[in-house]
Design a protein around this ligand. Structure first.
Ligand code: AMP
Ligand code: MG
Length: 501
């Protein structure tokens, strides 16, 4: 049965259009390698996202036959004749050093499918569909082309969680696993996550063509990107400069959104930064529990280059790498510098606006910003839980003192009470009313993901399913999701996440 039979034909007529276009192909053969995925032995569909399936008009696979079909397709075992998968080439700076050519070492782009619902798609007309972990490609270097269940489950849960938190991110359609053994620090199970994004284009794609001297190809890439995603940049006097400015503005908003929900990406190399300004490539990421601006979930990042507090600087650094890559097309180095110097102020404005809103403050004054700054200092001093403190503050408006909130500041009660008095005086009722919609009750804390992984590795995907369900409504408090809102238990082992995935 072809893939299009899995679609809801009541909403779209896909006859003959299962994989209509691969815009990358039009750019030329130097951009990709064409190859079929290797697939997985005995693939099992373990999880899928109803919401993501709906974006494409796919009918969720409710019976065994459909599940087997999804497993075969999204493990890369069955490739329809009109689907011509490819892996793309990119390069990148990793931890500040030029890493040279990288590329999709374990990702296969199946093609692009039309989006059904414009609103949910943030205005994008189509989604690229990519398998991650379906085998080696010409860009695998020393890697095996595989992804393990542990990291695939983290990516699946995180991308869906972030989407529902309202943070721009690639989506996860489904997770398929297999008994195929994969060697990391130990032997683990293989899995494939199917990811969706309007485009998986990275800063590193532009770097590759720039630094290898393929400037005609770089120009084609720029023109195609602008024609597709930023047509108004084509009208600018210097389209490449206009694009750089645009990516910089979007990235400032993205980092502000990360900071606000306490998300730490973990590996902000230029090969992991999206040109669309979406979160991309979930590896050793983490969400803040107790607030520490130096929180660095990636244990391989020994200098904390990519800790929570340095994410804005890390992204700014990467934008300079994009500026350098676009230099042959922009021409004037001074104009690149001028454009990128606006990033810190853009980030600062976006972050301060988010922080004020999270705190129920609707005035952009020095006094209100000082109150917000002092709140962060207080959270840090008390090592208060990021998510719980913001969420519960709302309940303290009318003289009440939620015990869970007070408990966060038990080590510095006087400072906390003094701050609270200022907050009660400066926050406004309408802005406070918006706080529950801005401060999530649930985020994908490490211990929650780990609990789901431990069960999944034993073949039990119910905890992962329950967690996925809860993370779809992170701003609601229900009896069912209360257990997922708690901070890590005191005996939870510390996160130990590396790039090995
Ligand atoms: P990452 O650290 O996951 O962002 O990956 C950096 C580069 O290594 C990218 O080019 C990936 O495609 C590649 N890579 C990571 N893991 C593997 C793997 N297991 N097999 C092949 N390539 C990989
Ligand atoms: Mg990557």
């Amino acid at each position: 049965m072809p893939l299009m039979d899995m679609r809801r034909d009541d909403r779209h007529d896909f006859a003959g259009l299962a994989w209509p276009r691969q815009p990358l192909r039009e750019l030329g053969p130097e951009f990709y390698a064409e190859l079929a995925p290797q697939g997985l032995p005995q693939p099992e569909l373990r999880l899928y996202s109803d919401d993501a399936a709906r974006l494409l008009g796919l009918t969720p696979p409710t019976d065994a036959a459909r599940r087997a079909e999804w497993a075969a397709l999204f493990a890369g075992n069955r490739v329809d004749p009109d689907c011509l998968p490819l892996a793309t080439v990119y390069a990148g700076h990793q931890f500040g050093n030029w890493a040279g050519q990288l590329g999709d070492g374990r990702a296969h782009l199946l093609g692009e499918l039309a989006a059904l619902d414009g609103a949910q798609n943030a205005g994008h007309a189509s989604w690229e569909v990519q398998l991650k972990g379906a085998g080696r490609t010409p860009f695998s270097r020393f890697g095996d082309g595989r992804a393990v269940l542990r990291s695939s489950l983290r990516e699946f849960l995180a991308s869906e969680a972030m989407w529902h938190l309202g943070v721009p991110t690639t989506r996860a359609l489904c997770l398929v696993d297999s008994p195929l053994p994969v060697r990391r620090e130990r032997i683990e199970r293989a899995a494939v996550v199917t990811r969706l994004a309007p485009s998986f284009m990275r800063i590193g794609h532009f770097e590759h063509f720039s630094h290898s001297g393929q400037h005609a190809a770089l120009r084609r890439l720029l023109d195609a990107w602008i024609a597709r995603f930023e047509p108004d940049c084509a009208q600018a006097g210097n389209p490449a400069l206009a694009l750089l400015q645009r990516v910089s503005e979007r990235s400032a908003e993205l980092v502000a959104a990360w900071q606000a929900v306490g998300f730490v990406h973990g590996v902000l190399n230029t090969d992991n930064l999206s040109m669309l300004g979406w979160t991309l490539d979930y590896g050793p990421f983490g969400f803040l529990d107790a607030f520490d601006p130096d929180y660095t979930p990636n244990t391989s990042d020994t200098s904390s280059r990519y800790c929570w507090g340095r994410q804005p600087a890390a992204v700014h650094w990467s934008l300079y790498a994009l500026g350098a890559a676009l230099k042959p097309l922009i021409g004037d180095a001074q104009r690149i510098d001028d454009a990128l110097q606006r990033f810190p102020a853009a980030f600062d404005a976006a972050w301060r606006a988010r922080l004020r809103a999270k705190l129920g403050l609707d005035v952009a004054s020095a006094e209100h910003d000082a109150l917000a700054r002092d709140w962060l200092e207080l959270l840090h001093r008390a090592r208060a839980d990021w998510t719980i403190s913001f969420r519960r503050l709302h309940d303290a408006a009318d003289g009440a003192m939620p015990p869970l909130l007070a408990a966060q500041f038990s080590g510095c009660t006087d400072a906390w009470l003094a701050w609270l008095a200022r907050w009660r005086a400066l926050s406004s009722a309408p802005a406070r009313a918006a706080m529950p919609a801005l401060n999530p009750h649930l985020v994908l804390r490490h211990h929650l993901a780990q609990h789901a992984i431990d069960a999944a590795e034993r073949g039990d995907f119910e905890p992962a399913q329950a967690l996925h369900d809860a993370l779809r409504e992170p701003y609601r408090e229900t009896a069912a999701n209360a257990a997922f809102a708690a901070p890590p238990p005191p005996d939870a082992p510390p996160a130990c996440l590396s790039c090995s995935s």
